[in-house]
Structures are given as C-alpha cells and as structure tokens.
Design a protein around this ligand. Sequence first.
Ligand code: NAP
Length: 279
Amino acid sequence: MEHRPFGPATHPVSVIGQGTWQIHQTDRRAAIAALQRGIDLGMTHIDTAELYGESETVTGEAIAGRRDQVFLVSKVMPSNASRAGTISACETSLARLRTDYLDCYLLHWPGRHRLEDTIAGFETLIQQGKIRAWGLSNFDVDGLQAAWNAGGANRIACNQVLYHLQERAIEHAVLPWCAEHTISITAYSPFGSGNFPAPASSGGKVLQKIAAAHGATPRQVALRFLLRHPSVFAIPKASRAEHAAENAAAGWLDLSASDITAIDAAFPRGKKPRALPML
Ligand code: NAP
C-alpha cells in the first residue's frame, strides 16, 4: 500500500483508506470483518463521524487491539461545533471508538458556529492529547481561507470532499488551493456512493479496457485516477471483505499518462459549479 504525508505533518498515511458510513447496516459482523481485512491489507486510514453513530462503535470493535496500526479520523457535527461542544463531541466519539485519541478530527461541514470557536476547541483537544491534528470537510475556498486566517498557517491537515469520476468539481479551485497550502484532500464517496459507472455505459467500457490491460478492476482504476494528484487520499466504504480486498489491491496500481487521458475524456471535469457539491 502506498503511503503519503498527510497535510503539513510528515507522518505517512495509506492513500486508500476505509469509509464507515452505514457500514454495519446490512451485517454488523461482516462489516467488522471487512474493516479488519482492509487493515490487514494496509488500508489503515479509517474514516468515521459523530453523525454515523453506531458506525463509530463498530469501528471501535474492528480496531480493538490494533489501535496503533490505524490512522483514525472522526468528525464533529456542525451543530455541536462550539468550543465546548467540539470538545464534548470528541470525547463521546472517543468513548464509542474505545480509544483515547484521534489522529485527525474534522468539522463535518461549515455550520453556524464561528470557525474561531471550533478551531479553539480543536486546539484545546490537541493540547489535551485527545487529537493529533484537525481538518475540515466540505469546505470551499472561501471557507478554507477563513479557517486558515482563524487557525494560523499550516494548522489544517485536510479537507474531506466529494470526489469521484462523475463529480470532479474540486479540481477547479479546492484541490489547487489545498495543494498550494499543503492541505491533503480526502476523496469521500470515491465510487459515487452506490452510483459507479455501469459496465455497459461508455465510461464503464473505458474503465474496463484500461483495467483489463493492467490485470485490474474498473474500481481499482477509478481509485487510482483520483489518486493521480499527490495530495489526494480516498476512503471507499466496503461492508464486504472481498470488496475491501479489491480496493486495497489498488494501493500500488500505476496508470499511464494515456490511461489518465482516456479516463479524463470519458468522465469530463465539467464546468465549475456555483457551490461545492456535497452529499
Ligand atoms: P462509496 O465508497 O463511494 O461507495 C460505497 C459503495 O460501493 C457500497 O455500496 C459498497 O458496497 C460499494 N463497494 C465498495 N467497494 C466495492 C468493490 N470493490 N466492489 C463492488 N462494490 C464496492 O460511498 P460512501 O460510503 O458514500 O463514501 C465513502 C466514505 O466517505 C463514507 O463511508 C464516509 O466515511 C465518507 N463520507 C464522508 C462524507 C462527508 O460529508 N465528509 C459524506 C459521505 C461519505 P458494500 O458496502 O456492499 O461493500
């Protein structure tokens, strides 16, 4: 599994991680097995959130006894993101996850609380040893700039945003701004959250052709396309162990420049939308 520095820290993190939103909904035991298989295969970057509720508990069960192998990320809900609320939400997440620290803690999306207050909560949590870094999610450039101004230079580890083949809006401004400021991009819903290009579609055929040439699968090709920029990480959610194994195997896939050009043409970036898309 390839690793890259995450944000301004030099600590390397697996480029492909594991999402946990609704992971347990069909089969809780299978979800735990999938997460554990993923960790075994190097997908040690694990994403959860206060909002995901029981998924945090399931994640805690999956990482029990191997906390030190995992880069664990959770998120505070914007409605709780006052200074005191951020600290208290983090403590609740830590209890559900059965750990005493998070590797990174994010504001789930911009909300009504002042960014200065949320960031003060994050910085207090760092001083208390409860989180190691903090970041944002679903932030457009204006919000990123405001957080940069409020928090100071080189404090924002990442911006977790919607990014998949059929939703490339971040490439217009968010991705370049983050790269310039050494802020990692974590691509959420990298498979379109259940809307992956069908094999019979024109884009699906392009993916299949490239995958066949590499002895890979269309989803592995899709992940590597997103990871072509060095500041990007991806967190697909797999509630089945065989899916986790397939995703982990993309950890070292190498696409050629002509593969990238073909995918770029099959899934065009499109025009810059007025607002940053999010789920
Ligand atoms: P996703 O990862 O794009 O897609 C998940 C779907 O893909 C599931 O149906 C899953 O099936 C399937 N899948 C995964 N690997 C597969 C494989 N190798 N072969 C076939 N199917 C496969 O969707 P997502 O859950 O929306 O996004 C991923 C994570 O991003 C979330 O879990 C969450 O942690 C994070 N997220 C963050 C935000 C935010 O606002 N910050 C918003 C949305 C999501 P199975 O489950 O059956 O394996």
